[in-house]
Design a protein around this ligand. Structure first.
Ligand code: SF4
Length: 438
């Protein structure tokens, strides 16, 4: 039995939403008296927060669990958390005898008690921690970056045929605006200048709590938080991007005019098979509406390639759409047949090799557009936030670049957390260089 508070190590896989969960788990364990280990080898408990989004993510998660099992001390405990734990609870426990516990999202309330049991630690807490709700628990450690993700809702009410997320994350549950504001104010007070709002279906925020279109009101509620300089939205389902939301994002000076539209494809029939709205014409009309409201709006999207039934003509259409839409950024993902989804049973599976070819072709088209879009901005003056200094080089972002997924701006000077005015001096691929001015 460890003589003092056990040390925990937490590895996180997957998306920003999972990272937020990990931050909150760390906050709760800290409140319960657990200490942070300096490395997995130094930990009494090694935890892996897994991702179950698609096959590749699951493989990566399993590899991370096996690696943790190999590097931890023999007497240390191994705990598997996250979406895989939720989705495959019993099977995973059986398939991974290395794990001492498999705790899915719905059982996070029991996490502290479970760790106390596994470590044999009998802390004298003033009062036992009152469980943990991943959504509402606002205590989280100050992040190391000057930006942070904040999850405003959990779950999703949509029925996209390829997606298993609603099966294990459940229906949408939006947090009350003032609960979110408290978390944002805590982060801003700890030096976070940019908050990135995330949810499975962000623009639908509020509908389940009787406030359809509530995302606009939420942006206003957050707009006067002391110390907050920029709000960014990720994952906007196209039909939820209303004129009111476009207007708010274009006119509210705190909100980045950055539209992350999850379009998924340009072919109408394929989108119907995905149980999603739109087609190339409607997507272009939405982008046009955004650019009419804010000509400098940054646009991003993600697309599924190789969905069952996708033809060469569909891919040509998507390529043509990319050329017309001229999105600043786009990601392409191969279709993954997820167990329990409607799309997994659809006929017309596209061969893996062909999917890869199509994906590379579309990526190449978009890379050129992204590079041209970055080059066209050279000479402009922008406000940037310095995220980090890498090998002596300050790396920053303007409203146009979201953290971790888009290009970056390489500066001539600056320190992490600085907000600076800079002139863009050159571009290489997706990235730009800039000099601090004024
Ligand atoms: S909106 Fe997103 S999370 Fe919801 S079902 Fe569709 S793809 Fe899945």
């Amino acid at each position: 039995m460890p003589p003092s508070a056990p040390r925990v190590w937490l590895t996180t896989l997957g998306c920003a939403k999972n990272q937020v969960d990990s931050d909150k788990i760390s906050g709760r364990l800290d409140a319960a008296g657990y200490r942070v280990a300096q490395s997995p080898e130094d930990a009494d408990v090694v935890m892996v927060n897994t991702c179950a989004f698609i096959e590749a993510a699951r493989r990566e998660s399993i590899d991370a669990v096996l690696e943790a099992a190999g590097t931890k001390r023999p007497d240390a405990r191994l705990v598997v958390l996250g979406c895989m734990a939720q989705r495959y609870q019993a099977d995973l426990a059986e398939a991974l005898p290395e794990a001492d516990a498999v705790i899915g999202l719905e059982r996070y309330q029991e996490l502290v008690g479970e760790l106390d049991r596994l470590t044999g630690w009998e802390p004298r807490r003033p009062a036992p921690p009152s469980g943990m709700d991943i959504l509402y628990d606002v205590r989280r450690p100050a992040p190391e970056t000057p930006y942070a993700y904040v999850k405003v809702a959990e779950g999703c009410d949509k029925t996209c045929s390829f997606c298993a997320i609603p099966q294990f994350r459940g229906a949408q549950r939006s947090r009350p605006p003032l609960n979110i504001r408290r978390e944002v104010a805590d982060l801003a007070g700890a030096g976070v200048g940019e908050v990135v709002l995330v949810a499975q279906d962000l623009a639908a925020y509020g509908r389940d709590i009787g406030a359809p279109g509530g995302i606009v009101e939420l942006l206003r509620v957050l707009s006067d938080v002391d110390g907050l300089r920029r709000l960014r939205l990720l994952y906007l389902y196209p039909r939820e991007v209303t004129p009111a939301l476009i207007e708010e994002m274009a006119l509210n000076p705190l909100v980045a005019p950055y539209f992350d539209l999850s379009l998924q494809h340009a072919s109408g029939p394929l989108l119907r098979a995905m149980r999603r709205p739109g087609d190339a014409v409607r997507h272009l009309a939405l982008i046009e509406a955004i650019r009419s409201a804010e000509p400098d709006a940054a646009t991003r999207s993600s697309f599924i390639v190789g969905f069952p039934g996708e033809t060469d003509a569909d891919v040509d259409l998507l390529e043509q759409f990319l050329a017309e839409a001229r999105l600043d950024w786009a990601g392409f993902f191969p279709f993954s047949a997820e167990e329990g989804t409607a799309a997994a049973g659809l006929p017309g599976r596209v061969d893996e090799g062909l999917t890869g070819e199509r994906l590379r072709r579309l990526q190449a088209v978009q890379e050129e557009i992204t590079a041209e879009s970055s080059a066209a901005r050279v000479g402009r003056r922008v406000t940037v936030l310095v995220d980090q200094v890498e090998d002596g080089v300050p790396v920053a972002r303007s409203y146009r670049e979201a953290p971790e997924i888009d290009g970056v701006i390489v500066l001539d000077r600056g320190e992490p957390g600085d907000w600076l005015s800079a002139r863009l001096t050159g571009s290489y691929g997706a990235d730009t260089t800039a000099e601090v001015v004024g």
